[in-house]
Design a protein around this ligand. Structure first.
Ligand SMILES: [Zn+2]
Ligand SMILES: [Zn+2]
Length: 350
């Protein structure tokens, strides 16, 4: 394969003419350990700033990376970051190469395989490859939601990842935001809709909380949507959990979802069976916006209810002690509500 070396522009330097020196079998490839014809050149006008290739051509081509610094050749993104991001976003990545073996022989065998594969793929032109990559990274930017590409290419409202606004509203409408912890009619129900936590809420903290009330069948949390479902193994444990939350004193309006504090974050809980929580990051981000709004509304309704109750208590023949207790409680609750707002507003800034 006597072709153009794959070297990124920053490694090539600013000179328009770069003189390269070939060193047959001059280096061992960092990825496959096989010796290859290394290239050396002066990447800078200053003397002594010599650059060299450290990755063989087939390894670099298979990964679409620079033979010298190993960044993605088209996007100048470090390989690990690129592959991790694509994997996270669930996008097929033709340039990901699993080569985690520490064994030199195995590495070399994988290198041979890659080279063979590339020879068979010779028909794919560089332009086709670039097109594929562009497609992938554009998708990635869209999936990441607030990505720079998505922002510049079109207004945010319209990039709902291929789904119509109608479908999304249907999804949101199906979510039991208006639910409560009152006994459900269906005796089979043992699933809770849990919402309002921020994206950094550790799932195990939520599991831990619910496990104190009984055996959990499943916890399905979509962090990006700030909501999810917790399903108990049995209805009786679910009932126990519901009544424990109802009577924890945090939520004064029992007609709305219960309130718990997990990891010092306010989280709402109501009965609710599993519904879709958005098909992509964009939909999930929109659901999260609704969650944030509902959290505020619920806190406001709570405060209203609390005001009514305090008035009633103070108006009746309550003893001094009762008054004091109720006052204390209100103070405590206001503090908690304030705390929850703080958590929410910090989260919103992201
Ligand atoms: Zn190699
Ligand atoms: Zn480079």
């Amino acid at each position: 394969m006597e072709e153009q070396p794959i070297i990124c522009s920053s490694c090539l330097g600013e000179n328009s003419h770069v003189r390269m020196k070939r060193h047959p079998n001059g280096e061992e490839c960092r990825f496959c350990t096989r010796p290859f014809t290394a290239l050396r050149w002066s990447g800078d006008t200053r003397v002594g700033k010599m650059k060299k290739t450290v990755i063989c051509e087939s390894c670099a081509r298979a990964r679409n990376c620079c033979q010298c610094c190993s960044v993605d050749i088209d996007y100048q993104i470090p390989l690990d970051l690129r592959d991790a991001a694509l994997k996270l976003a669930g996008i097929a990545n033709p340039y990901s190469v699993e080569n985690t073996s520490k064994n030199r022989e195995v590495k070399a065998i994988i290198g041979d395989k890659i080279e063979k594969r590339l020879k068979n793929e010779e028909t794919e032109t560089a332009e086709e490859k670039k097109e594929k990559m562009r497609d992938i990274l554009t998708k990635l930017a869209q999936k990441l939601g607030s990505g720079a590409v998505a922002n510049t290419s079109m207004p945010k409202e319209r990039t709902s990842g291929g789904s119509t606004t109608k479908e999304l509203s249907k999804t949101i409408a199906a979510l039991p935001f208006g639910g409560s912890l009152a006994l459900p009619k269906n005796n089979e129900d043992r699933s809770f809709f849990v919402f309002g936590f921020s994206a950094d809420m550790p799932q195990y903290k939520l599991s831990e909380f619910f496990e104190t009330h009984g055996k959990i069948e499943s916890v399905r949390i979509v962090h990006k949507a700030k909501c999810g479902y917790v399903v108990f193994d049995s209805r009786s444990d679910a009932d126990k959990c519901a009544s424990a939350i109802s009577s924890n004193g945090l939520n004064s309006n029992l007609a709305t979802a219960g309130l718990i504090l997990v990891n010092s974050q306010p989280v709402r809980v109501s009965w609710g069976n599993s519904q879709p929580l958005g098909r992509n990051n964009d939909e999930q981000a929109k659901i999260a916006q609704v969650v944030t709004k509902v959290m505020k509304q619920l806190a406001e309704r709570d405060a209203l209810q609390k005001g009514k109750r305090t008035k009633k208590l103070n108006g009746s023949h309550s003893t001094k002690r009762q008054k004091l207790e109720s006052q204390e409680r209100t103070d405590k609750e206001t503090k908690e509500v304030k705390q929850s707002y703080k958590a929410l507003s910090r989260d919103l800034e992201l």
